[in-house]
Design a protein around this ligand. Structure first.
Ligand SMILES: [Mg+2]
Length: 120
């Protein structure tokens, strides 16, 4: 994966601004919530079909959400010395075990409380 390259690029971005030693994990986490709120404002309280339509009509906002959120997540990875590439791979490995494809195709979703199969 190319995530490490992005992580390094963000590290260079911070170094160029004298921010490399700053610790903003709490603020970055809250900022992710702000980005989620921006996406939420676009699609809230509408059904799936309308969400798809709105996302298509406002793809610039969706793209902005993805870019901004990835930037913030990778900044947290840098500040906590987490290898984001490894973290994502570990998450995918865990999800493979928790949500086996054959089972998921039958039940359609993971939420145990809603009849799915994921115990977590
Ligand atoms: Mg934004």
């Amino acid at each position: 994966m190319e995530i490490m390259k992005a992580q390094e690029k963000i590290s260079e971005f911070d170094k160029a601004r004298g921010w490399e030693g700053k610790w903003y994990v709490k603020d970055l986490a809250l900022n992710i919530n702000e980005e989620i709120g921006e996406l939420w404002n676009l699609i809230k309280w509408v059904d799936e079909a309308k969400q798809k339509q709105l996302a298509k009509e406002h793809i610039d906002k969706v793209s902005d959400f993805i870019g901004d959120t990835l930037f913030l997540i990778l900044k947290i990875a840098n500040q906590t010395n987490v290898d984001a590439d490894k973290a994502l791979q570990e998450t995918l490995n865990e999800y493979e075990k928790r949500m086996p494809p054959k089972v998921m195709k039958k039940v359609k979703h993971a939420n145990k409380l809603a009849g799915g199969v994921d115990n977590k």
